[in-house]
Design a protein around this ligand. Structure first.
Ligand SMILES: Nc1ncnc2c1ncn2[C@@H]1O[C@H](COP(=O)(O)OP(=O)(O)OP(=O)(O)O)[C@@H](O)[C@H]1O
Length: 342
């Protein structure tokens, strides 16, 4: 059952075109010339209840703008968005009861008071029953080690501690849906792992639907069953991580353990290149569209005795990098064509 429904969603921003030349700063005071920038360009998708979906894309792709429309902070220019049956920007108060939001770049907590005080304020704001509040706080204390720092003013917390407090704050009122905008940004490896374990736990145990934006592909690999890639305001991919690797990353590595020391003399392997060698172990990179791992192995077996072999899938990091780079190339070509048109 879809809990998030987005159809032909669009967001345009007007940008002032600054005047140049003499007295520009004064003339800009009366400037009314704008250009329109489309940050989100007619996207459509649905998220089912209980899903944990990664929403990724390069800088400026439109992730935060989408999240802001889903959370009701921004009003769409066109299209439809419904979250748990509500229109976020039109029904902000009811919507706030259904969602939790964490923006990694900006805390939702009050800066000058300890996190525990912020939690008490949130309890009143969201009218959280005593029992629910206590149950949740006890659980979050246990899973996020809140007791270590809950009495320290938020401004004195480390980034990792602040993020843990923010996550707890976002979930105190038992929301059905959690929006996470870069929750692991700038956090050290151990703290990241703690945050990931917590996110996984509340998704699995409490069936909270999670939409997560991140630049950290390990977050995606460790947490998400499904990933959506947005670039230039448009969704380029929506599906599983395995399918993503298969569709976009055809490069594979065959790791072979030979019986004897590797001797490259006279070796002529079609469609493969030797990328590494350590004694009798070699790494061959190949494109699965051109040759299969078994064909490659047969070729090698003509001249070498093989003891063992494994095929390494591409890292999601490199697959996603290729997709971003292809998008960048397309943008450069479009800009170049536009310049030629002028
Ligand atoms: N308030 C605004 N006014 C004008 N342009 C904006 C505004 N907010 C965002 N944009 C533009 O919209 C585009 C998408 O921005 P957005 O913040 O959604 O990207 P993002 O994918 O979240 O990027 P990042 O990974 O860098 O956070 C960018 O070109 C950005 O400059």
């Amino acid at each position: 059952m879809p809990i998030i429904k987005v159809s032909q969603l669009r967001k345009e921003f007007k940008r002032l075109i600054p005047k140049k030349g003499p007295f520009a700063s004064i003339r800009n005071l009366w400037n009314t010339e704008y250009s329109v920038h489309t940050a989100v360009n007619n996207i459509s998708f649905q998220v089912d209840k209980g899903e944990l979906v990664g929403y990724i894309g390069p800088n400026g792709a439109g992730k935060s703008t989408s999240i802001k429309m889903l959370t009701g902070i921004l009003v769409p220019t066109a299209g439809e968005v419904r979250v748990a049956g509500l229109v976020p920007h039109a029904q902000r108060k009811e919507h706030a009861q259904n969602i939790g939001v964490v923006f990694g770049q900006k805390t939702q907590l009050w800066w000058d008071i300890p996190a525990i005080e912020s939690f008490r304020v949130l309890k009143t704001m969201y009218r959280i029953p005593n029992e629910t509040y206590k149950r949740n706080l006890d659980l979050f204390r246990e899973l996020l080690d809140l007791h270590e720092f809950e009495n320290t003013p938020v401004r004195q917390l480390s980034l990792g501690q602040r993020m843990r407090a923010d996550l707890a704050a976002a979930l105190l009122h038992d929301p059905e849906i959690l929006f996470l905008d870069e929750p692991t940004i700038g956090v050290d490896v151990l703290a990241k792992e703690k945050l990931r374990t917590f996110i996984r736990e509340i998704n699995r145990e409490r069936k909270v639907t999670v939409l997560l934006t991140t630049h950290d592909m390990t977050d995606i690999e460790k947490l998400c069953q499904r990933v959506m890639i947005i670039d230039d305001g448009q969704i380029l991919y929506d599906g599983s991580i395995d399918k993503l690797k298969n569709s976009f990353g055809s490069q594979r590595t065959l790791v072979i353990e030979l019986e004897d020391e590797f001797d490259p003399v006279g070796l002529d392997l079609p469609y493969a290149s030797l990328v590494r060698q350590e004694g009798s172990r070699i790494w061959l990179s190949f494109d699965k569209e051109q040759i299969s791992a078994s064909q490659l192995m047969l070729e090698l077996a003509r001249t070498h005795r093989i003891r063992d072999l494994t095929v390494e899938e591409p890292e999601i990091e490199s697959v996603v990098r290729q997709i971003y780079e292809a998008g960048l190339e397309r943008k450069k070509e479009a800009q170049h064509a536009a310049l030629l048109d002028v």
